[in-house]
Design a protein around this ligand. Structure first.
Ligand SMILES: *Cc1c(COP(=O)(O)O)cnc(C)c1O
Length: 420
């Protein structure tokens, strides 16, 4: 099946006379006829037993997302943050390190640089544009994974997935890609060598700003038995001595994440959240296409305005990342654009406060056009000099183009700029 069909039909097969839409299974527990049946499930978790780590409604959505990404299995989480966190904790223990590009979501930077550090896991940040040799020099004997974002939030740099996959594989470790902004509609990182994909489903996948969520998808391609990952190949005493690679083969990573991390930390979404996520997924392909079409027109409008200093949108021919975008995101580069307005912070605030259609929100990748000014929100504590040092101009605005009529979006921008 192709994407549009997968989005509508994968994951749930109604029984004869069953409901046409995946029902919300609102139950913490599941009943079994025999004690032996429950015992068997502890050996091989093929059915749901407890909703802290599995539920039929969530399971249907996991199957749909796994199929969309071209992976073998997926596990939903209650936020994108939980997905990023579990993707690393499934591989690294205290004393290990992993590599991440520095152009990643701010919340992920905090998680990696502060919280995981407290657990004894070191994140080595690298420049996503560094040469292969420079990247190789950052790898240490205890390095267990490489992490990057397909289309970085908010830098909008495009990850050279093949370069990072080669780095990871030459060192016997997996590449994890956060594919939130691209979604599997615009890019399928497994096709370029990524081993694990994660998402914040709170963005385009849900699409309607209804609920926070995340997902981890396993390609099934990585060889966990290469000697670097003893937790996969030696008996797990917390799970009656199961050896993940022997019992679960290609699904070793995702089953370990579920049966260790989700079991112990419990960040599983509610059935109702998965039901809403599924509604978003059903229309994802047509929505992504329209976000991209609208954003190209808006980016071009900004480009031609004399009130704007610069526009970053990898879909524009003269963008620094247009070459990589053509390779990895040939169908488009999402609805997110960043602009630097002339006149710095004051001009940025005046422009934003005069927008009528575009909503000021701490959100991005929504169905409705929304804007955020990092210098007065997420990076508020920094001085203008500090802002520039971390790549955020005081006049920078993240503009997330929605699905309104593009002429209305542009008229709103036009009147807003007119008041600057
Ligand atoms: C928002 C976001 C996250 C965090 O997701 P939440 O669902 O807000 O926890 C992670 N990565 C990227 C790229 C994001 O945009």
């Amino acid at each position: 099946m192709r994407d549009e069909t997968i989005c509508l039909h994968a994951g749930y097969e109604p029984e004869d006379g069953g409901p046409g839409v995946m029902p919300i299974v609102q139950s913490t527990t599941y009943r079994f006829e025999s004690t032996e049946h429950i015992g068997d499930l502890f050996n091989m978790p093929t059915e749901c037993m407890y909703s802290r780590f599995a539920n039929p409604t969530v399971d249907a959505v996991e199957k749909k997302i796994a199929e969309l990404e071209g992976g073998v299995a997926a596990m939903c989480t209650s936020s994108g943050q939980a997905a990023s966190c579990f993707s690393i904790l499934n591989l690294c223990s205290a004393g290990d390190s992993f590599i991440s590009t520095s152009t990643i979501y701010g919340g992920t930077v905090n998680l990696f640089a502060v919280t995981l550090k407290k657990l004894g896991i070191e994140c080595i940040f690298v420049d996503s544009d560094a040469s292969y040799e420079e990247l190789q020099a950052a790898v240490k004997p205890n390095t267990k994974a490489v992490f990057g974002e397909t289309l970085a939030n908010p830098a909008l740099s495009v990850l050279d997935i093949e370069k990072f996959a080669a780095l990871a594989h030459n060192n016997g470790i997996p590449l994890i890609v956060d594919n939130t902004f691209a979604t599997p509609i615009l890019c399928k990182p497994f096709e370029f060598g990524a081993d694990i994909v994660i998402h914040s489903t709170s963005k385009y996948m849900d699409g309607h700003a209804l609920q926070i969520g995340g997902v981890i998808v396993d390609s099934g391609n990585f060889d966990w038995a290469n000697g670097k990952f003893p937790e996969f190949t030696e008996p797990d005493e917390s799970y009656h001595g199961i050896v993940y690679t022997e019992t679960f083969d290609k699904m070793a990573y995702i089953v370990k994440a579920r049966m260790q991390l989700m079991r112990d930390l419990g960040a599983y979404p509610a059935a109702h959240s998965a039901f809403l996520l599924n509604l978003g997924l059903e229309t994802l392909p047509i929505r992504m296409q329209r976000y991209c079409e609208n954003a190209v027109k808006v980016a071009e409008y900004f480009k031609n305005s004399d009130k704007i200093e610069s526009v970053t949108y990898p879909g524009l021919e003269d963008d620094k990342y247009n070459g990589l975008a053509k390779k990895y995101l040939p169908k488009g580069t999402s609805g997110v654009i960043s602009i630097v307005i002339k006149g710095g912070k004051d001009a940025a605030i005046r422009f934003m406060d005069n927008l009528k259609l575009a909503k000021k929100e701490v959100h991005v990748a929504d169905i409705r056009t929304c804007v955020l000014h990092p210098a007065s929100a997420t990076h508020r504590q920094l001085t203008d000099e500090q802002l520039i040092a971390c790549g955020i101009e005081p006049g920078l605005i993240r503009f997330s183009v929605g699905l309104e009529n593009v002429d209305d979006i542009i008229s709103d921008i036009e009147q807003g700029l007119g008041r600057v």
